[in-house]
Ligand binder design. Sequence first.
Ligand code: LLP
Length: 414
Amino acid sequence: MNPFQLKNGQLHVESVSLSDIARRFGTPCYVYSRAALEASLDEFQRELVGLDALVCYAVKANSNLAVLNVFARRGAGFDIVSGGELKRAMAAGADPKKIVFSGVGKSADEMALALDIGILCFNVESEAELERLNEVAGQKGKRAPISLRVNPNVDAKTHPYISTGLKENKFGVAYEEAVNLYRRAANLPHIEVEGIDCHIGSQLLDASPFAEALEKVLQLVDEIEAAGIRLRHIDLGGGLGIRYKDEKAPAVQTYLEPLLRALNDRKLKILLEPGRRLVGNAGVLLTRVEYLKPGEVKNFAIVDAAMNDLARPALYDAWHDIVPVAPGGGKHLDWEIVGPICESSDFLGHGRPLCLEAGDLLAVMSAGAYGMAMSSNYNTRPRAAEVMVDGERCHVVRRREVVDELFAAESVLP
Ligand code: LLP
């Protein structure tokens, strides 16, 4: 479902025009569609009806409380990677028994918090982490439920910065060492083996690496069970890609069908950790053209959003479609869409053919995932507002920051 449609030449989200949102709430502004969030979660849940399965939304993709709450209301669980995300998920109404905790560097405090809250599972990524978790759980007189995140050494064929399932990546336990580490885990007094976990990367556009990874993980499951250790669930991570430009992202069904078939005769609960696929195309970054600066070599359109608002183009050279919110009367040129930040990497798009005038509004598309979540205050820029549209209604789900609060925690020397 695409909630962003032209009506009378004006770009709308659901029933609300983006010009209206800009007028009411200012720019830059992230805008999300509730219907699109729900539709993307439904796409997963539909495939899993009748199965012992749980969709754990990867909070890191977009951690706004309203987004988390929309998913929690529909029964989703959450994949968190910090104590901060755990607190957010709880504040948004998450069921702790549906939370899995991933990440290579969990601190003792974060482990203690998650044990107190009583989460479903820790996805443990190293032997050292396993030992620490055993210790922290022991101090509390508890047993920590765990999966080992196994690194299957499978090429996810995605951007190297977001590929995680290869031997050279820092993630997970080496495939060859996994069975021994399961034996160790099963013998630790404050560890309860629950399942097995794997996540090979993000923005995957080919479903075959998922199947390859699953096959390798299932071989391990057999070896682990042969060692007398019972597993209750298998967590296949996230990573399903979306369309940013002209990519052909697999349908959820195409991605899940071979996985569900392979798991058919196994008594394993299925966990998934999708992030981007649930939120990416449900959000845009709304920005206004401040100045036009046509030049001899390049034509710059300086907009009020920047790399601090949306880091993906600067960080990964990522493409986001950039669409006028209303028909433009300006000059048709190839424009460099750039922000006000003092770096040449501060761009949102290169050479975009658009008719632009100062004051025009642009929507940077597919910005619902890893947009606001990766934003910063670089150049002491207050972070954007976030608005969620629900039919005809708009809700400010995060107010725009004000400059004074950006340095309120700082102090000068006595
Ligand atoms: N599970 C684990 C353990 C992860 O590390 C990730 C993402 C996910 C699930 C969710 O993956 P997704 O379904 O969203 O692909 N900032 C980058 C993406 C980083 C992904 C990190 N891990 C970007 O903007 O492309």
